[in-house]
Design a binder for this molecule. Sequence first.
Ligand SMILES: Cc1cc2nc3c(=O)[nH]c(=O)nc-3n(C[C@H](O)[C@H](O)[C@H](O)COP(=O)(O)OP(=O)(O)OC[C@H]3O[C@@H](n4cnc5c(N)ncnc54)[C@H](O)[C@@H]3O)c2cc1C
Length: 646
Amino acid sequence: MSEFELDSHAPKGPLQDRWKQHKFNSRVVSPANRKKYTVIVVGTGLAGASAAASLGEMGYKVKTFCFQDSPRRAHSIAAQGGINAAKNYQNDGDSVWRLFYDTIKGGDFRARESNVFRLAELSTSIIDQAVAQGVPFAREYSGYLANRSFGGAQVSRTFYARGQTGQQLLLGAYQAMSRQIAAGSVTHRSRCEMQDLIMDGDRAIGIVTRDLVTGELESHLADCVVLCTGGYSNAFYLSTNAKGCNASAIWRAHKKGALFANPCFTQIHPTCIPQQGELQSKLTLMSESLRNDGRVWAPKNKADADKRPEDIAEADRDYFLERIYPSFGNLVPRDIASRAVKQICDEGRGVGAEIDGRKLGVYLDFADAIRNQGLEAVREKYGNLFEMYQRITAEDPYQTPMRIYPAVHYTMGGLWVDYNLMTSIDGLFAGGEANFSDHGANRLGASALMQGLADGYFILPTTVSDYLARRKPIKTEQYQSQANAAIEEAQSRINRLMNAPDASVTADDFHRQLGQILWHACGMARERDTLLSAIDKIRALRDEFWHKVKITGEAEQLNQTLERAGRVADFFELAELMCLDALDREESCGCHAREEHLTEDGEARRNDMDYSYVAAWQYSGDISKPALFREYLHFDFVRPSIRNYQ
Ligand SMILES: Cc1cc2nc3c(=O)[nH]c(=O)nc-3n(C[C@H](O)[C@H](O)[C@H](O)COP(=O)(O)OP(=O)(O)OC[C@H]3O[C@@H](n4cnc5c(N)ncnc54)[C@H](O)[C@@H]3O)c2cc1C
């Protein structure tokens, strides 16, 4: 591995003036010329739909793509809990500076100050934008928008629409994008999956797509490309993400030269419904908002683990988050809560079904909330989440505590982007969960929607315009040979998948095995020898995959086994990079808990002296030998401290 230093192009000067000054310094394209430029936006979840709507409204010619049958089915729809913004409606001491500080601290001081401040600053405009679109946020009796608390903050700044915040925000962004489709500035293609980037030298000039209904490969050329294709939690097979979420677009961009930052930074969410069986293929999140009122506990004694929770006396319950972290209690950040739950289950005090011989669950109990606030008040806040839990587990959380266990949920890693959200490839931008941007080593709850919409509604429209203003519109007829070469490359990859020499095992079977290796080595706890052994196992299984993957049907038709196999092939390569990254980072920070670097009481021990950087990896032509670029992090406005939530 070679090492290089990276420049984020973040502006200098007072933190609060940086974005304003940067916007002022950015160029704009004159309105009459905007329609001469084509911008491709891949992905129409919250980040992509908001970017496309804004760029379309500005007058650019925008082409959007998604693999689902409608933009409304993007994974963003699953976001339940809410979206943060520093409006200080509660008058409880919130401010842009406080949101900035909480986010930097929550990310364990592994994010860029300039970006995080901009995010906090834009948070208030996002709420205004969404309200103007008619997003039905919850309101107080007075008519003001309501707020609730989320982990890692001591103020109430989370705006929500019952347990459907993502869905309502997505409908807002989708309707704004639909308006542009009707106006002719945005052309949208659903069921169309990006296969590769088209490059002209070092510059991105388009994409190759596969029509998922006909199987046809097509090229699309543009003046720049924006990837808003979501996160890669599904590398672990079992995650709370929608089954279709994948890493293919960003991974193929990586293989064309885009640096991949902090790939091992994966968020494990503490409150998911525990796995019930070994063949399960999906996990379900119970929103973090539930920790506002639910109390997390486990039996004090192992002997009580098999008892019904109702039969365990109050004195025999361990409300361990309240005990260990009295100031934040049940609202500690996700990484801290997840590790505490794991610790309890490792001690043998877990409850519920056994997986691999261990009970993996603790209780999330609403009895006190129901007693103090009344059943109707609790139903009003969390009714749809309780209903979902009951449908899945056949247990009524109004009567008996929920059972929860941590699960893979979100990826802080992603394509490295500079302050303009441009990747290391000229003309290739990344927004939303697809980039690594603002969350450092741990994302605070309700901050992903905020980041995706800040990127889409406010940042990309400025920075993409600045990029285009410095160039003449491309003449597409000059780039046909590059487009044809990219189509051929995509075709030969498909041919290889379709013609494995000993085709006998489904892509799903391989994916499940890969997920288990990754979860045990690069999940909640990581350790050198386990990571080294996982890398060997991943390489061996990847070879077997290419030898044995079985795809039924033809490539020139709707073929979901082919779609899946293509995504699993990419997960195999990304998984190795995740382990290499975890191995390289000899410290514990945020989600990244290296067993060798924990304090005596199990808390993360950061090493600011040696690891205060973003690790950005470059594909070298050999998956196993990536080059490491470092972006050193500088803290001029906050002082990195040991995170203390006690
Ligand atoms: C269960 C759950 C609950 C959550 N709750 C919250 C919450 O309450 N608050 C919060 O802030 N965050 C929450 N998050 C996180 C948040 O939902 C996501 O981070 C965010 O919605 C991601 O938005 P996005 O636009 O970046 O990506 P997505 O919404 O995942 O959209 C990705 C888009 O890319 C397209 N795409 C992908 N690959 C390709 C390809 N190769 N070709 C063409 N199109 C492609 C897809 O079709 C889709 O349109 C939650 C996450 C989960 C899993």
